[in-house]
Design a protein around this ligand. Structure first.
Ligand code: SF4
Length: 290
């Protein structure tokens, strides 16, 4: 297994994610994710808009990281991902943020867009754990992740929560910075399941496991049928699958006619019915939250 030191060293010729920019982030160089070695946090606090098993009674301890390695044209959080709003925090400060979220009763630490900060986040988790951090760590990712990097995080992450997007490279090329998105995302999600397995919930609170999100885009722009088939065939139908219905056009979406509206009730029902027909029979595993 890769050590955290080795993971950190990779920032010197960054290959943390599949972009393989090979820039030296330790001397201030910036890759496609828009970040050097500084950790930029946009905001943090208890969040109540996540899956019920993460929110519980006191919220999911969400930390929003700035920058992104996917940069979707329809990003709902574009001021954070594209515009990189936020402030720089040290490894120690990030560890303290995690401990503060635990102190106020959050049920987990929910790391939003963590991929490009994997080495720094790993160090912060280790530090926070040495000071008593004990709640589950959630890796809330767009899933353009490398298996090699995920393997280095094994044992630090309790719940993986990838948003598995389109399978068609043409759509990935049109809507993101990653034409090879599904090639990497499909391997990443299998590695995530290997590490943490099916979601375990105790007393209504998620403890460990895999939650797969899929944001349904209008006019079949998210390859939802293919994504459901992939999950059924490669991960099984007892996976916690959240088919999200809340898309609305944001950022540059209006420049793409097929993305210029929300999804309809009929579209959403069609995909829910299809998921059930593929064997996702327990309605507990099909939600519209997000
Ligand atoms: S993490 Fe950023 S700099 Fe590193 S390979 Fe990915 S996009 Fe490039």
């Amino acid at each position: 297994m890769t050590s955290i030191n080795e993971l950190y060293k990779r920032l010197e010729s960054c290959d943390i994610c599949p972009h393989n920019c090979n820039v030296n982030r330790m001397v201030g160089e910036i890759g496609k994710c828009g970040t050097n070695s500084s950790i930029i946090v946009s905001s943090y606090g208890p969040h109540f808009g996540e899956e019920p098993e993460l929110v519980g009674y006191l919220g999911s301890g969400t930390i929003f990281f700035s920058g992104c390695n996917l940069l979707c044209v329809f990003c709902q959080n574009y001021t954070i991902s594209h515009c990189r709003e936020g402030r720089s925090v040290s490894i120690n400060e990030l560890a303290n943020i995690m401990l503060r979220l635990q102190d106020i009763g959050c049920h987990n630490i929910n790391l939003v867009s963590p991929t490009h900060y994997a080495p720094q986040i790993a160090q912060s988790i280790i530090e926070a754990k040495s000071y008593g951090l004990a709640i589950p760590i959630v890796y809330n990712t767009g899933c353009y992740d490398k298996v090699e990097t995920l393997k280095a995080l094994e044992g630090l992450i309790d719940i993986y929560m990838p948003d598995l997007k389109f399978s068609d490279p043409n759509k990935a090329k049109l809507y993101t910075e990653a034409p090879d998105y599904f090639y990497y995302a499909s391997s990443a999600v299998i590695e995530m399941k290997r590490q943490v397995g099916i979601l375990v919930v105790r007393n209504g609170i998620a403890r460990r496991g895999l939650i797969i999100r899929h944001l349904i885009l209008p006019d079949n722009q998210s390859d939802t049928i293919e994504i459901i088939d992939f999950i059924a065939e490669n991960l099984g139908t007892d996976i916690y699958l959240n088919l999200m219905d809340q898309y609305y056009p944001r950022y540059q979406a209006y420049q793409y006619p097929k993305l210029s509206r929300s999804i309809t009730t009929e579209e959403y029902s069609y995909y829910i019915d299809y998921a059930k027909s593929r064997g996702f029979r327990n309605p507990k595993y099909i939600f519209g939250y997000g």
